[in-house]
Design a protein around this ligand. Sequence first.
Ligand SMILES: Cc1cc2nc3c(=O)[nH]c(=O)nc-3n(C[C@H](O)[C@H](O)[C@H](O)COP(=O)(O)OP(=O)(O)OC[C@H]3O[C@@H](n4cnc5c(N)ncnc54)[C@H](O)[C@@H]3O)c2cc1C
Length: 308
Amino acid sequence: MLGPVILAASRSDKMRRFISAAPGTKQVVDRFIAGETVDQVVPIIRDAADKGLEVTLDVVGEDITTPEQAAAARDAYLELIDRLKDLELGTRAEMSVKLSMFGQSLDGGHELALANVRPVVEAAAAIGTTVTLDAEDHTTLDSMFAIHEELRKDFPQTGCVIQAYLFRTEEDARRLAAAGSRVRLVKGAYKEPASVAYQDKAETDKAYVRILRTLMEGEGYPMIGSHDPRLIAIAQELGRKAGRKLDEYEFQMLYGIRSEEHIRLAAEGHRMRVYTAYGTDWYGYFMRRLAEKPANLLFFGRSVLTKS
Ligand SMILES: Cc1cc2nc3c(=O)[nH]c(=O)nc-3n(C[C@H](O)[C@H](O)[C@H](O)COP(=O)(O)OP(=O)(O)OC[C@H]3O[C@@H](n4cnc5c(N)ncnc54)[C@H](O)[C@@H]3O)c2cc1C
């Protein structure tokens, strides 16, 4: 019940100001956000590499309102890629991007987002890595899939995300399960109406398994974005049944969540990628993490109370 309320608060400027200024917030944010700058995130990438993990890097900041901010978002990713090149970390790290941050919701947003994301995809390819387009709320997805298709003409390794809670996703998965495609499957983190998405967690989980089967039996590269132990076991089983080797799919989890599981899966020989978010505009990302697990809200509330 609390999840939808927190997700509604994630769209409120008043709540943003209140939560950002609360004294105990930083301590809780630090669990999910790896740092504010590229310099702070580099040691985390190295540490992950030392543990046999890979990362996908997300510069947070989806709530932009001007084309200048969209260009700044593009430049932040280009700066990151430059640093990865200098440090020769390109093969350990890929990028995750939200097209809203590249201008998708502004006037002429589809073209603007495509124009801003293309140089990032090009720069990533030049250092031997790639970009995955995150999935945001359902109104943005036709544009996201069209941009994905356009980018794949020149950069076929560009990935995208599909969300099991949406009714449309089983059909999207059938289209995307083709040779050379890279698809991350997640449950879905936005507040969606009953006209487009399952409202019941059990229905979403069942859809996740059906979609996962389509991806595993298809010819693409499935990326399983979940911390759910039951779904992880099912993914291993479906991978085995589909005759996939361990490096023919990968698991992905978020920085700060079930970290011991990251290590366990990597030690079993799986490819394990940690979605590592960093930057200063963390509000939307942080609120989605609170909404996913109401216990986080209790922890957050306690932290604010003890510091104030
Ligand atoms: C790599 C990755 C990329 C993602 N990209 C997107 C995206 O592009 N678009 C999108 O809509 N969603 C994205 N998500 C979020 C996703 O949609 C879910 O909201 C999130 O993963 C929680 O679902 P779950 O599969 O872990 O299962 P759940 O049933 O929610 O969680 C299973 C268990 O994981 C742990 N857990 C899960 N979330 C948390 C949390 N926030 N804090 C503490 N413990 C937690 C708990 O132990 C919980 O019992 C992404 C998730 C991952 C892992």
